[in-house]
Every structure is written in C-alpha cells, then in structure tokens.
Design a protein around this ligand. Structure first.
Ligand SMILES: Cc1cc2nc3c(=O)[nH]c(=O)nc-3n(C[C@H](O)[C@H](O)[C@H](O)COP(=O)(O)OP(=O)(O)OC[C@H]3O[C@@H](n4cnc5c(N)ncnc54)[C@H](O)[C@@H]3O)c2cc1C
Length: 436
C-alpha cells in the first residue's frame, strides 16, 4: 500500500528539486520521512495565463502509519491510499515451439514485441522489408533532396518503421504498469534526455526525430543480445498454409518455417494487406482519420497559449503546442501537433503522396504544424469489402501526387485563408470550437 497524491499544482518556475518539500508539507510529514516517492504524472495547466502551473501526481511510501497521514493531509491536493500491482510478464508457454517465432516488421510494435519475446527466451526472428536505420537515413535524405524514391527504404519502411522518422511524441491514452514498462524500455534505450522532464511521467513526452534512430538501434541491440535476430531487406510476400495451419512465410529472401508469426506491419504496407486478404486472414474495416496539415508561425501559437508573459514562458518551457476540437456533425480535430517542427512527405508507395509532421528534440523551427482531420466512418468507404478504406486512401493520395506535379513528390499547398474561403459543403450544425 502506498499513498497517491494527486493534483498538486505548482508554478512552472518551481524546480523539481523542491518537490520533496512541497510533498512533505502536503502530507504533514518531514521531507526526511519520504522513504520512496516518484512523480506519476506532470501536466502543464495553461488556463491561468497570469501564472502557468504544473499539475503533479505522486506515489509515496512512508514508514509512518499511512492511513493516519491520509486522514490529516492538507487539502492542497487529493491524498488517498493506493495499491497498483507491478508489471508482470505473462508466463511463457510450456510446450517448445517447432520453430522460432517470427515478427514481421521492425516498427515500434514489432521491436517491442520481439524484445519481450526475447526476454522470455523465445529468440525471435524479426523480418524487415527495409534497410538498417543508417542506410535509411541516407535514402530519406536523397529523397528529400529531390532524388529517387526508394520503395523499401523511406519515411515509413526500414528499421524502426514509421516510428524512426516520427515526431517521437510518446503519448499514450492508456495507463498502467504495462505502459510504464514500455516507456521504461524507451528511456533505458537512450530515450531519456538530460534537462527535460522524464518521459516516464510527463503528460506529453517528446523525443524528437533526431533522437529516434539511436533508440531504435539500442532496442535492436537488446533483442540481439538476448538471442533474437533482425533480418533486413526481407519482405514477407506470402504465408505458407498447410491444412489451414501456418507452416511458414515466403519472403523476398527465401522461405522461413514458422508456426507463430506476429504481423506488426503498420498501416502502410498495402501490398501485404492485399496478400493477407487474398489468403483469407480475418480482417475488419476500421474508421480512419483523414485531412490536411496546417502550418503557422510558432510565435503565434506561443502568444496564444502562454499569454502576455509568453517570452518568459518560452524560455522556461520551450515552444508551445495545442490541440483543438471543433464539434459539428463530424468532429474536426487536430492530431499530431508538431511544435517547432516540419511537414514531411511520408510516402511509402510510388505514385502516391501524403504528408505528416515531425520536429527535432529542441522543437526550434519557426513553424508549428498539425494534422487537421475528420474521422471517415466505414459507411463512407465507397465499398463494403475489407480493403475499401485502403482504396479510398489510395484514391486521394494519387490525386495529391498528381496535383503536386508527379514524380517530384511536391506537396500541394494552399493558404488556410483561401481554403476557408472556398465554398465547401456545410455541416448541418455550425461548428463551435472548444478546448485549446
Ligand atoms: C512523420 C510521422 C510522425 C509521426 N509522429 C508520431 C508521434 O509523434 N507520436 C506517435 O505516437 N505516432 C507518430 N506517428 C505514427 C507512428 O509512427 C506509428 O503509429 C507507429 O510507427 C506504428 O508502429 P507499428 O510498429 O505498428 O508500424 P510501423 O512503424 O509502420 O512499422 C511497420 C514496419 O513493418 C515493415 N513491413 C511492412 N510490411 C512488411 C512485410 N511484408 N515484410 C517485412 N516487413 C514489413 C515496414 O517496413 C515497417 O518498418 C508518426 C508517423 C509519421 C510518419
């Protein structure tokens, strides 16, 4: 049993070194009595622009009678007894597998899966269609510089998957010991940055694209040290089924026997999804988000979010981010906002175009950008078969490629003001903006 202290609000100027004093005062004990304490969550409260605050939640162990401490604690924060079971790995199976398990894809999903399998002694084989991260960085730079598009080594395919060139926002809507364990893995693998709030508790943890290649390499190294293996330039092209049971995978580098295959192929491998559908692998349609990227000057975002003292807060907190929801017949919302970031061509298929956003760990570009999306429900897919949504994405990505001028992979761009001035079908109710 420990004590959970929630909603302790402190000015953003207050250093973390002063937290034991505040915590002890809230609990009515001496700071020296805090045997063990940790921040569970640290969130920025922007509502009162005169004084921005961090809102903290803590977990504390005390040698004293914890019930008595809770009973007499100050009302500056919510204080209660708390018990959370620690993360525990599932028990490994008892029957040996005929072959090593195969994980297809080395994105965040595949790497984390392979790491935990390797920890349990399964010696997984990870199959990745793209190249090692260093070769990928070279291919992406060539593409960005106007050079050739590499269909297997690009912003989405290769070591670390889409994760490697992502913005590195480690936001997770779930909580609990399993989420913490994955964040711990990222932190252990070079994810923790000196001078920044810990990714283990900050409400919007951010690594930045420049730090992700090292994280990805460090996780691969761990998998290999535990007896696992990562094979690059190995694209899974078909499943081998015998009497309805999986017996292996056919790859661009030959056949690999397997009775257990984890598909961690992300959302861009359309050829693989077509193969899986043709093989009768059960899949269901799923709504997806669709929209544009909006870009604005970061100084405008800082002034709106931080208020009249924004220059002072920029120094302390860096560039501000935001999220917006406009409620209407179909909610319009911002997604993957990149403070001090860049818009990039996240293309994985020749002849198609789409964008995404990223930023470096310092988030110091002059521009902020954000996805501005709506959810496309399955009944708008222009088809009822399982791949209809994917074809709809292809339709618009092919249009964007064409409008952008074809093989140069340039992004179609329009000023937001002009976009808003263009007559569009209106939702039935007028859209009201809430949240910031
Ligand atoms: C620019 C950008 C910014 C983003 N920013 C963020 C962010 O800040 N925060 C966030 O949470 N998310 C972000 N995302 C989304 C995030 O990157 C993805 O949600 C995440 O990478 C998905 O992980 P995954 O492992 O499921 O798939 P992926 O990362 O897509 O990895 C799938 C892997 O499988 C491989 N593969 C596919 N098919 C085969 C095959 N047949 N054989 C062998 N290998 C195959 C691919 O090459 C790829 O490496 C961003 C994405 C992009 C592109």
């Amino acid at each position: 049993m420990s004590i959970r202290v929630s909603n302790l609000r402190l000015p953003v100027e207050e250093p973390e070194a002063a937290l034991p004093t505040h915590l002890a005062r809230t609990l009515g004990v001496q700071a020296s009595e805090l045997t063990r304490w940790r921040i569970v969550r640290k969130a920025l409260d922007l509502r009162d622009k005169r004084q921005l605050r961090f809102v903290y939640n803590f977990e504390v162990d005390l040698p004293a009678d914890e019930r008595a401490v809770v009973a007499r604690a100050s009302h500056a924060a919510q204080v209660e007894l708390h018990e959370e079971p620690p993360f525990s790995m599932p028990e490994p199976g008892s029957e040996p597998l005929p072959h090593r398990p195969v994980v297809v894809g080395s994105g965040p999903g595949g790497l984390v899966c392979a790491y935990f399998l390797a920890q349990l002694g399964y010696k997984p084989i990870v199959l990745e269609r793209g190249t090692k991260v260093n070769d990928r960085i070279r291919d992406v730079k060539t593409f960005d510089g106007g050079g050739a598009f590499h269909p297997e080594s690009n912003y989405l395919f290769g070591e670390g998957g889409a994760g490697t060139f992502s913005d590195g926002k480690l936001t997770c809507r779930g909580t609990g010991p399993d989420v913490i364990r994955v964040l711990e893995l990222f932190a252990e693998c070079k994810g923790q940055q000196p001078g920044k709030p810990s990714i283990l508790y900050y409400h919007r943890p951010h690594l930045g694209s420049n730090r992700l290649p090292a994280v990805v390499k460090a996780i691969r190294q761990r998998i290999e040290d535990l007896g696992g293996e990562v094979r690059f330039l190995t694209r899974v092209e078909d499943l081998q089924l015998t009497d309805g049971r999986l017996t292996g995978v056919n790859t661009s580098a030959g056949f690999i026997p397997a009775s257990v295959v984890v598909l961690a192929i992300g959302h861009s491998a359309r050829d693989t999804y077509r193969m899986l559908a043709a093989r009768g692998v059960p899949m269901t349609q799923k709504p997806f988000q669709f929209g544009v990227r909006i870009e604005h000057r970061q100084e405008v975002v800082n002034a709106v979010q931080f208020g009249p003292r924004h220059e002072r807060y920029e120094e302390l907190l860096g560039n501000a981010d935001y999220s917006l929801v406009a409620s209407g017949t179909n909610d319009l919302f911002t997604f993957c906002m990149c403070a001090g970031g860049y818009i990039i061509p996240s293309v994985s298929q020749e002849g198609y175009f789409c964008t995404n956003g990223m930023s470096l760990s310092k988030r110091d570009s002059e521009f902020a950008n954000s996805g501005l999306v709506v959810t496309v429900p399955v009944d708008a897919f222009e088809g009822t078969d399982v791949l209809a949504g994917m074809r709809l994405q292809e339709k618009y990505e092919a249009k964007a490629f064409e409008i952008g001028g074809g093989p140069a992979y340039r992004s179609p761009v329009q000023r937001a003001r002009d976009f808003c001035a263009t007559p569009h079908p209106r939702p039935r109710r007028s859209a009201a903006t809430r949240g910031a």
